[in-house]
Ligand binder design. Structure first.
Ligand code: FAD
Length: 309
């Protein structure tokens, strides 16, 4: 596909042919979303309205999460991916955690992916679930990446951590393991959320120095309520710059103001990242198309003009 046709995907209403995500990075600054599927106990239809709204924003691709433990075979993840591709013409990327799966279970999920036309996978270890015994087949994401690579023609992405993974002794060690994911066959990276762009730039520089040369998308989470921040920060340990905590303290009891300030903060982060030549922005939408729309509208002109095309 010619480079400039790819560029039009964010901003034109035309349906596009879903494709391998790595191809997008060759020609443009990528703009993508993350959504989570309905719980196993909820009907998949409960997300349809959100997907309709997302289609209007024309992301390059949408990734769909899959819980590491107890979420079975990712039925709803697959159903959402299939719908994105077939009904909305959006390239889907299915998350696939491995720490609580055997090889046979992974084989069965990969078979389902193939049957449903899912070509892009975010290969993850997954968070350890306390009551579940970890798999002996896949200890780390790099094991899964190597396995998927041996199984078929999938496009494989992996996770990275600008401030280091919580279990890693330090950032450089974490980056050494990140390089193993690249060597195992990952062709692009999506970062954990962060609120301090300097942390991302420091990480990107160190990763490059260590030989990580695949595109790195910056994961941006617009924070719109206080509970969400507390949960996220305890889960991933992102540091909170003074500018950010001032906003939270000032507006925590005014939900509309906090939402608007959180959106403005995310836009500010994205504008700075684009100016620094980031490979892509991955927006953690939290299934909130209103917030995704406000951010997309605010940055679409900059992504257009800053395009590599
Ligand atoms: P790994 O790459 O295996 O790393 C885990 C830890 O092990 C790190 O500390 C690393 O330094 C270390 N390590 C790596 N390789 C080795 C090695 N060979 N030897 C020794 N140590 C090693 N979780 C879900 O359950 N479902 C999701 O849908 C999901 N989506 C995510 C999306 C993104 C963009 C991100 C950033 C995270 C997501 N997670 C998801 C969370 C993720 O599963 C956790 O952060 C998990 O704890 C680590 O996953 P990983 O793939 O980075 O693991």
């Amino acid at each position: 596909m010619p480079a400039c046709n790819i560029r039009m995907q964010i901003f034109k209403k035309d349906k596009v042919n879903p494709m391998k995500v790595t191809e997008f990075f060759k020609n443009k600054t990528v703009f993508s979303f993350e959504v989570f599927p309905p719980k196993k106990t909820s009907p998949v239809e409960s997300i349809y309205e959100t997907l309709e709204a997302i289609e209007e924003l024309h992301p390059d691709f949408v990734s769909i999460t899959l819980g590491a433990g107890g979420s079975g075979n990712g039925e709803n993840t697959i159903a959402v991916a299939k719908r994105l591709k077939e009904k909305h013409g959006i390239t889907p990327m299915a998350h696939l955690p491995c720490i609580h799966h055997t090889k046979e279970q992974i084989d069965s999920i990969l078979h389902e992916f193939t049957e449903n036309g899912i070509e892009n996978i975010l290969a993850l270890r997954g968070d350890l679930v306390p009551d579940l015994v970890p798999s002996t087949d896949f200890e780390h994401a790099s094991d899964l990446i190597e396995y998927i690579r041996s199984k078929g023609d999938f496009d494989i992405a992996a996770a990275c951590y600008p401030e280091g993974h919580l279990e890693a002794p330090n950032l450089d060690t974490d980056i050494e393991f990140l390089k193993r994911k690249q060597e195992a066959g990952a062709t692009h990276l999506i970062s954990q959320l962060f609120f301090d762009n300097e942390a991302f730039y420091n990480f990107r520089w160190r990763a490059e120095r260590a030989g990580v040369n695949i595109p790195i998308e910056a994961g941006i989470m617009p924070v719109t309520n206080r509970k969400q921040i507390e949960r996220m920060v305890s889960m991933c340990g992102a540091s909170l710059p003074r500018k950010f905590t001032r906003i939270i303290q000032k507006y925590e009891h005014n939900p509309d103001a906090l939402r608007d300030a959180g959106i403005a903060y995310a836009i500010d982060q994205i504008v700075d990242l684009l100016a620094e030549g980031v490979d892509g922005i991955h927006l953690y939408t939290m299934n909130n198309p209103y917030v995704a729309r406000r951010i997309t509208e605010a940055v679409s002109g900059i992504i257009k003009t800053g395009d590599k095309c």
